[in-house]
Design a protein around this ligand. Structure first.
Ligand code: ADP
Ligand code: GLC
Length: 494
């Protein structure tokens, strides 16, 4: 029998402890499925001030109450608390690395009121990366693989290949770096380099600098033993042009042999209309008509008018450049002329929230916008909407389109990244397919895709077939978890 692997999974967000987007969903789910394949996997994340000791069931680990972690010329104290992720797949231990100065405040990356990036994000994540490696030593646990995710963990592979290169403790440890988003790179002024304590030779563009700034994503890409991203199409896209590679496309090209795509899964323990605790009326594909009662509940909750036979389009999204909110707003009048209602749930800067709010004022009773982060409402929107819109400029994987399909909510999306890989265009003739896609990032194409959806909606038989096609899809994590285990094993052999 193949040897059981020991894996440490690192993420700056983990559902249900801290979340701004899909990275948290992945970090809260994938480890449970890897554990389900009989491997030892544990998770480590920062202990943010927003995490509640009681609801997160945190326990102090007295053995790990005084870890010394150097950042630049200073030594900081770290301590570790512990909790679990659990579902039918057993328990996964989660370590929370704590330092009140760096992580005690509310907010993960930005100030919750102003939306401004914290000015010490360099120190915070240098501390985290170095702290991870010091914690493992204090724990005396030697993982075979450290699975790093996004720029916040990018320095870990760099440290293992430099400062800890000759450390016998890490002799057998390999790193996998998973890219969830090439646009967020952890870019800091050149002066931040000294705080990393990496050898000076890596301070330039041949090392972890990019155009003169320190780039923590680049550190991960340069030093990790293996790299992957979260869909096959995105793996191709990020090597293809600056539009997707955000300046690091050449490095991706150089490591092309190492950069594969493993599609994210959906955690159907959390996203399943049969058992979803957040939706008032449970249903499945045999009771699909119950969905309408959730639509009524959603309309009521959001203050939308009762409009029989009018499709409701849902959006749950970070309001960011990536998500095509600007294209949506540009096309809004034409979209509304198609006779639809719309619900938007999303947090983001004024440049995106303001035009949405003014559209909601203009189309009172037909568009409703909520600017909060609201997990229960996200579920109600999945259950109550007829269609789900994702007009993304790029989308490494995207999770909501997969959740939508399970709820019989038809995705309309730009054909990019994981959206391209998970949605099949509906064919009115063959009644095959699960949604509607558009290729060019253009207003006209977006409107045409919504038009096709609205036309299909007007034919109840076709619409029912389309909903059932989506509900019958299986995006569960099992297959992807197996692929990660295979990938871990290839690293071990390197
Ligand atoms: P991304 O990671 O780029 O934000 P994904 O589609 O992978 O996009 O994942 C987004 C996740 O965040 C989904 O679980 C979605 O429901 C959730 N989400 C985004 N915005 C909100 C919000 N305002 N309230 C609740 N959940 C949200
Ligand atoms: C990122 C991407 C999103 C992906 C998520 C989880 O935030 O924007 O497409 O689904 O990570 O991998």
């Amino acid at each position: 029998m193949a040897k059981q692997l020991q894996v440490l999974f690192l993420s700056s967000e983990v559902e249900p402890f801290a979340k701004t987007g899909g990275l948290a969903d992945v970090a809260g789910a994938l480890p449970k499925f890897i554990k389900g394949l009989d491997h030892e996997i544990r998770v480590m994340m920062p202990r943010y001030g927003s995490i509640n000791d009681r609801t997160a069931r945190l326990h102090d680990m007295s053995r790990l109450s005084d870890i010394r972690i150097p950042v630049g010329t200073q030594e900081h104290k770290g301590s570790v608390q512990s909790s679990f992720l659990s579902n039918g797949h057993g328990k996964v231990q989660v370590y929370f690395l704590s330092n009140p100065d760096f992580f005690g405040r509310k907010g993960i990356y930005v100030h919750p009121e102003t939306g401004k990036e914290f000015s010490d994000n360099d120190d915070r994540f240098i501390f985290f990366c170095r702290g991870v490696l010091e914690t493992l030593k204090a724990l005396a646990w030697q993982p075979d693989v450290i699975h790093c995710n996004d720029w916040h963990t990018g320095l870990v592979p760099a440290y293992l290949k430099t400062i800890y290169k000759d450390d016998p403790f890490y002799k057998g440890t390999k790193t996998l770096f998973t890219i969830h988003n090439m646009a967020y790179q952890g870019v800091f002024p050149k002066q931040s380099f000294v705080k990393t304590l990496l050898p000076e030779e890596f301070s330039n563009d041949k090392g972890i600098a990019q155009n003169g700034s320190i780039n923590m994503l680049k550190a991960g890409l340069l030093f990790a033993d293996g790299i992957n991203t979260v869909s096959e199409t995105y793996a191709e896209e990020i090597a293809s042009s600056p539009e997707f590679g955000f300046g690091l496309e050449d490095l991706i090209k150089k490591r092309k042999a190492d950069v594969g795509g493993i599609l994210n899964g959906a955690d159907y323990h959390l996203w399943n209309p049969e058992v979803d605790p957040y939706i008032p009326h449970k249903y499945d594909s045999s009771t699909i008509e119950v969905k309408k009662q959730n639509t009524a509940a959603l309309r009521k909750h959001m203050g939308l008018s009762e409009m029989e036979n009018t499709p409701v389009i849902g959006i749950v999204s970070r309001l960011a450049e990536q998500k095509g909110i600007d294209l949506l707003c540009e096309a809004m009048d034409d979209i509304m002329a198609l006779g639809i209602q719309m619900v938007v749930l999303g947090v983001g800067p004024k440049e995106f929230s303001k035009p949405l709010e003014s559209a909601a004022r203009k189309y009172k009773g037909r568009i409703a916008v909520d600017g909060s982060f609201n997990e229960p409402l996200a579920h109600l929107i999945e259950a109550g909407s007829d269609m789900f819109l994702m007009p993304s400029r790029y989308e490494p994987c995207g999770l909501n389109q997969m959740y939508s399909m399970r709820y019989g909510t038809v995705p309309i999306a730009r054909a990019t990244g994981g959206l391209e890989d998970t949605i099949e265009e509906f064919s009115p003739e063959k009644k095959t397919g699960t949604g509607f896609k558009f290729i060019a990032f253009e207003k006209r194409e977006l409107i045409k895709a919504i038009q096709r959806a609205v036309k299909t909606y007007a034919d109840p038989d076709a619409w029912r077939a389309l909903m059932l096609n989506g509900m019958g899809k299986d995006f569960s994590w099992e297959e992807s978890a197996k692929k990660y285990v295979q990938l871990y094993r290839t690293l071990e052999r390197r």
